[in-house]
Structures are given as structure tokens and as C-alpha cells.
Design a protein around this ligand. Structure first.
Ligand SMILES: *[C@@H]1O[C@H](CO)[C@@H](O)[C@H](O)[C@H]1NC(C)=O
Ligand SMILES: *[C@@H]1O[C@H](CO)[C@@H](O)[C@H](O)[C@H]1NC(C)=O
Length: 500
């Protein structure tokens, strides 16, 4: 999601300004028509229906597979229902399916036997097949014995914005458009159009789970397993208010209950990464926080971090610099005009630090700390490892938190073909290891990983498989296995625990 602000075209900006202007006109009329202003009405565009959380949670719970050992089977059965398998002779369908199942059982037994000797990294996953539709077969599920203890100071940015026809009626995000260069002359030099999933996705790597849907319960379950395998404790889910989404996606707030239930099942915690949704202001943010805390705050998987003796929800606020610090101050300073401090909705609010000058804006805005998001070392002041020690000192002096964001690499040329200079090669894990080390050198309280699954920017640690389609060969993790970046994360997660 990087660069959204940087590369936004002028046209879009004008559009947004117009929409905001019209929106505020309409809204003023609306406000005037209300005699009695409550907070909810003042932030009218985001007025929310009362959500019966229990009902929603119950609904989702019934759709989640319940037991680990059967999980693989569940996914298989489901896929066989959904995906037509092209085989010329009907008789062979049964045979080959039977064969596949037999192989699976065998493999499962072998790993079970091995794991009794201690932790064995899962190696069976290289048996991944690409079926006759060109989709990757669903990888084997992890088992409980494979999991590492969750480290709640290790966070990862999670995107619930992917969709496919089976679950969502159409592809979402995998069919990403090729973003034109902001300079019209330059834009002419580059291809345009959209990717065509399932084989051609808007990413330089290809996911082990194929062109998946974020709302598929089997996918959610597998993601939780991957995170636990990696020793991650918290995932910060990219969040828009209900009814809102990014350009390529659909509203995803309705997925939160399923994500939280799954998180709970795997002892993971959920934090919120508040996107710069349309109309985001200090007022609407207050409303968003109230909504999130009221709707999800009672869920056992809702993440709270203890700071200065208080256990508080933690919010990452993407592109926080879009709003002047005097506005943030109204909300985040204890003396602000509509302060959230020392109310039931108080939290740990983390601004995004991109440029050096944002340091002071973050202090003036009343934030509790800052993070750096971008996985491209040297791209911004904040994302440059060499500045991290200074940033940490600055944070200490001002008694706020510095949460470095690190990633395994960066490449977004499948959606921004002209952006090659920001590519950072993975170097078989060296880039990621160096980033972790740079973060460690600041003795951080929390480290955030960019990302679990931002596939468009190639920052994912999620499992990826080798794939070649037509004349395009995806990047992959070879000579290492599809779960290599989960393994590296796992190792650092443990080191991080010992450091603290
Ligand atoms: C790859 O294939 C596409 C369509 O088949 C074609 O338009 C494109 O020029 C090819 N690219 C290369 C580098 O051969
Ligand atoms: C993780 O650490 C173990 C033990 O130190 C080591 O054997 C293994 O190679 C490491 N894994 C990776 C992917 O570096």
C-alpha cells in the first residue's frame, strides 16, 4: 500500500477534493437538519448501525473448520466441490483423487513420526502441485506441534482485501491495474491494463494458496497457522470503516469477526491498522475508534498493549501526516477539544513517520509513538536503517514509542512497472535478516513486519510457490522452501523474546 499518497495522480486529487467538498455541503445540510447533535451525528458520514456482535460471531463460527487434524481434508473437500478438475476420462478422476489422498495420508504419517524427535520444519510442502487449471494445489496445513510460541511484541501487517469469483463473485486485488506514472509523458512508456487471475496476478511472487479470497474460512485458517508457525503474536489488520474500501477492494470490516475468531483459536491477537479512508479526520477517527472498541473490544483476541501501567488498544494510523498536528491534537492531547484520553476509548496511537519533520508533528499531534511501515531501506527518512538509532533516541527523549517496520524485500513492478528503483532484492533472506538486526540494534519494545501479505509490493512473508505462466516467470523463494520467510521470522521471534 506504499506510495498511495506519493503517486496519486493530480486528477484523483481534484476528484477527491470535489467529493469532499460536495460531501461536506451535503453533510452540513444534514447536520443542520438535526436539532440535537450527538457525537455520532456530527460524524454523520460514518453513522453506524448497532452491530449485534454476538450474532455475527456465531454466524462465522459455524463456518470455520473446528479441528486441526481435519483441516487439510476440509480444504481438499471444499476445493474439489468448487473447482472443476479437467481430466479426460471420468474413471481416472476417481483414481487420481484416491491416489492423491493416499499420498497425503502417507506424507502426514511421515511428518508425524519425525516431529516426535522435536521440531521439524515442514518439508512436505514442496509436493505442491499446480492443477490442470493452473492453480496451485492447497498446501498442507501445519499442525499444532509445528507452531512457535506467539510473540506479542512481534506484529505483522495483514491485508484482508483479496477476493476471487468462488467467494466474492469476482477477483479483487489479484486483478490489480497497472498504475500509471503520475507524469503523463513518462506514463506513455509503460504498459497499462489489468492482470488476469488466477495465473496472472498483480504481484511478482505467486501465493501458495493461489489467487485466494480473504473471506474464505479455509484461507483465514491457513493464514493463522502460518503466523503461528512464524512465532508472530499480533497481526495488524488493514482497516476501513464499514461500507468503505480501497480502490481495488470491497468493504472488509465484516470479515473482522471471522478473523478474530480464527485468531483466538490460534492464540493470536488482532490490532487495527487504520487506513486513510475517505473523510478521515480527528472527528471521524474518534468515531472509528469508538466503533472498533464497542464492536470488537470485548473479543478475547482484541490486542491491548501495556504502557505506563495501562493496558490499551493499539492503533497504527497509516498516512497520519495527511492531517495537520493541530487537528490530531484535538483528539490525542489530554487537553484537546474532543480528547479521547482517559476515556473508555483511550488507546496507543501510532503515527506514520515518513519524513524527518514528521517527528515533531507526531509529538505535537499527541501520538504515543510512531512506526515506519515501508520495507524499502533508504526510500524514506523513516525507512532508512541508518536513522533508526537517532529515531529511537528521539522517541526516548519524548517518552513515546518507536516501532521500526521491517520487511523481507520490496518489489512492486507488476503494479508499478516504472518503479524498479525501489526494488529491494531478498538475497535469500539476507535483506530480511539485516533489517531485523537493524531493528534489534534499537532495542525496540515492538517490531512490526511489513508485511504478511502485501503481495503487490512483494513484501509478503506468506508462503509463495515457483510459477511460470506464458512468458512470465514469477520470483520465488528458491532454493529455499515456500515457508522460508516464516522460518526466518520464527527464528527472529525467538531471539526477540530472549532480548526482552
Ligand atoms: C509475453 O506475452 C505477451 C502476450 O502473449 C506479449 O504481449 C509480450 O510481448 C510477451 N513479452 C515478452 C517479453 O516476450
Ligand atoms: C533457524 O534457526 C535454526 C537454529 O539456530 C537453524 O538451524 C535454521 O537454519 C534457522 N532457519 C533459517 C531459515 O535460517
Amino acid at each position: 500500500m506504499a506510495f498511495r499518497t506519493f503517486w496519486r495522480s493530480e486528477k484523483l486529487l481534484v476528484g477527491v477534493i470535489l467529493v469532499c467538498f460536495l460531501g461536506s455541503c451535503l453533510f452540513s445540510v444534514y447536520s443542520l437538519s438535526q436539532s440535537d447533535h450527538t457525537l455520532d451525528q456530527v460524524v454523520g458520514p460514518f453513522a453506524l448501525p448497532k452491530v449485534d456482535l454476538k450474532k455475527r460471531l456465531a454466524l462465522h463460527r459455524t463456518t470455520l473448520p473446528k479441528v486441526f487434524p481435519n483441516h487439510n481434508k476440509n480444504i481438499k473437500e471444499k476445493n474439489e466441490e468448487k473447482r472443476p478438475i479437467f481430466v479426460p476420462h471420468v474413471g481416472l478422476v476417481v483414481d487420481s483423487q484416491q491416489q492423491k489422498q493416499d499420498q497425503n495420508i502417507e506424507q502426514h504419517d511421515t511428518i508425524e513420526a519425525d516431529s516426535k524427535q522435536g521440531f521439524v520444519p515442514r518439508v512436505g510442502l514442496d509436493s505442491l502441485q499446480v492443477d490442470s487449471n493452473g492453480k496451485a494445489d492447497t498446501p498442507a496445513a501445519f499442525r499444532e506441534e509445528d507452531f512457535a510460541p506467539p510473540n506479542y511484541n512481534l506484529h505483522v501487517f495483514y491485508y484482508p482485501w483479496y477476493g476471487n469469483p468462488e467467494q466474492n463473485g469476482k477477483y479483487l486485488h489479484w486483478n490489480h491495474n497497472l498504475i500509471p506514472h503520475w507524469n503523463k509523458q513518462e506514463a506513455k512508456k509503460w504498459p497499462t491494463g489489468r492482470h488476469e487471475p488466477p495465473d496472472d496476478v498483480g504481484a511478482n511472487f505467486y501465493p501458495s494458496l493461489g489467487a485466494y479470497s480473504s473471506s474464505d474460512p479455509a484461507v483465514i485458517e491457513h493464514h493463522m497457522q502460518q503466523m503461528r508457525y512464524a512465532g508472530i503474536g499480533v497481526f495488524a489488520v488493514s482497516w476501513y470503516p464499514p461500507e468503505q474500501a480501497d480502490n481495488e477492494g470491497q468493504p472488509s470490516d465484516s470479515l473482522i469477526p471471522a478473523l478474530m475468531d480464527a485468531a483466538q483459536k490460534y492464540s493470536l491477537k488482532v490490532a487495527f491498522h487504520i487506513e486513510p479512508y475517505e473523510g478521515r479526520t480527528d472527528w471521524s477517527l474518534q468515531h472509528s475508534v469508538r466503533y472498533i472498541v464497542d464492536t470488537y473490544g470485548a473479543h478475547p483476541a482484541f490486542y491491548r498493549h501495556t504502557r505506563n501501567g495501562k493496558s490499551l488498544p493499539l492503533f497504527y494510523i497509516y498516512d497520519s501526516y495527511n492531517l495537520p498536528s493541530k487537528d490530531w491534537r484535538n483528539l490525542l492531547s489530554p487537553t484537546g477539544s474532543h480528547t479521547i484520553r482517559n476515556t473508555a476509548y483511550d488507546g496507543i496511537f501510532l503515527g506514520l513517520l515518513v519524513e524527518q519533520k514528521h517527528r515533531n508533528e507526531i509529538i505535537q499531534g499527541g501520538f504515543d509513538g510512531f512506526y515506519t511501515y515501508f520495507a524499502t531501506n533508504g526510500f524514506t527518512y523513516g525507512s532508512s536503517f541508518t536513522n533508526w538509532k537517532t529515531l529511537k533516541q528521539f522517541a526516548n527523549q519524548n517518552k513515546i514509542m518507536f516501532i521500526p517496520s521491517i520487511g523481507p524485500g520490496y518489489v512492486d513492478t507488476r503494479v508499478r512497472p516504472w518503479n524498479g528503483r525501489n526494488t529491494r532484492k531478498r538475497l535469500n533472506g539476507k535483506y530480511y535478516n539485516d533489517a531485523f538486526q537493524a531493528a534489534f540494534d534499537t532495542s525496540p519494545e515492538i517490531i512490526s513486519v511489513t508485511s504478511f501479505n502485501e503481495w503487490h509490493e512483494g513484501t509478503q512473508v506468506e508462503m509463495a510457490v515457483p510459477k511460470r505462466v506464458g512468458n512470465y516467470t514469477y520470483s520465488d523463494y528458491t532454493p529455499n522452501s515456500p515457508e522460508f520467510y516464516l522460518q526466518l521470522t520464527r527464528n527472529w521471534s525467538e531471539k526477540f523474546k530472549n532480548l526482552q
